[in-house]
Design a protein around this ligand. Structure first.
Ligand code: NAP
Length: 285
């Protein structure tokens, strides 16, 4: 058993498998999730449950968060009844959620004011890489905090990068998710264009995947398109969030605005909780 005690808040689709990997790597884990039901799997695997967020921060040496969005992270970090109500000077907090670069800078300052160390470490990769410990981790913050966290981050990912000062990790994350959104919408439009001209989805996807246009995300989404079934690995509502974060961070390009409109319309059509590839259902209609 590793000597560090690790805290984890946010046991959703990503947080649960990631936290589980820390237990597998030999760390003592204490967890907190707003909906306590979702703690069960981790408790069965050997984690303990924190009474509340201040206790989580007080009991653990390092606390990870993997939460829905900026509002959730700010609420979990708050100084009244959140992590910063319990974190003593010298603790290290690591936020792995996808949030605005501005939010990461805000959290960094909030922590620094209490002499609490802070790293942002958003991830590229979805639920399967999270399970396999093969995420790409986009960390930013003070180098000595990064060095302290690196063995833990290496248990969660296949590649851990230090990208610079606060905000850099989140900037890289919203950029890569822009490319993800382009790929997914382009794939949907291509398959539907071929479909309207009598080419089956199976044939079109074979042509794409066997040729130079095939890529990792297309291969990953192929089974869902063929089954016309889109259980959320990466919920469509989160790509809407991330495209808005990119826009907020200054992205204003020929592709970015129509992309955001399409995914927003798909979410408004009731597809927000399905996988982002469900945009094909919206476009088909
Ligand atoms: P998820 O399954 O929806 O889980 C969201 C988590 O946030 C849950 O633990 C939820 O708690 C918690 N939460 C939401 N609002 C909260 C609040 N106000 N206070 C406290 N906790 C709150 O999401 P996910 O797919 O794991 O994604 C988590 C983050 O990773 C997001 O920022 C997402 O953009 C990013 N991300 C996701 C993927 C992916 O493929 N899924 C990949 C890379 C990055 P409850 O259970 O109580 O609702």
């Amino acid at each position: 058993m590793n000597k560090l005690k690790i805290g984890w808040a946010g046991l959703g689709n990503m947080g649960s498998p990631m936290a589980l990997n820390l237990i597998k790597a030999g760390y003592e884990l204490i967890v907190y999730n707003r909906n306590r039901e979702k703690e069960k799997e981790l408790l069965l695997a050997g984690a303990t449950s924190a009474a509340d967020l201040p206790n989580l921060a007080a009991e653990a040496d390092i606390v990870f968060t993997m939460l829905a969005d900026d509002a959730a992270v700010k609420s979990v970090y708050n100084e009244q009844d959140g992590l910063l109500a319990g974190a003593q000077a010298g603790k290290l907090l690591i936020d792995m959620s996808t949030v605005a670069p501005e939010t990461s800078r805000y959290l960094s300052k909030l922590c620094a004011d209490k002499a609490v160390a802070f790293l942002e470490a958003p991830v590229s990769g979805s639920v399967q890489p999270a399970r396999e410990g093969k995420l790409i981790i986009l960390a930013a913050g003070a180098v000595q905090d990064f060095e302290k966290a690196k063995p833990l981050l290496d248990s969660l990912g296949k590649l851990t990068l230090h990208l610079g000062v606060a905000g850099s990790g989140s900037s890289a994350k919203v950029a890569i998710n822009y490319l993800l959104a382009i790929n997914v919408q382009a794939l949907a439009e291509t398959v539907l264009f071929a479909e309207r001209n009598g080419i089956s989805n199976a044939d079109m996807l074979t042509i794409i995947n066997e040729g130079a246009c095939g890529n990792g995300i297309i291969k990953l989404k192929t089974p869902a398109i063929l089954a016309n079934n889109f259980p959320p690995a990466f919920a469509l509502k989160y790509i809407v969030k991330d495209l808005k974060l990119a826009k907020g961070a200054g992205l204003d390009s020929a592709l970015s605005n129509p992309l955001l409109s399409t995914f927003e319309a798909a979410a408004a059509d009731g597809l927000g909780d399905e996988d982002l590839m469900a945009v094909i259902k919206y476009l088909r209609n």
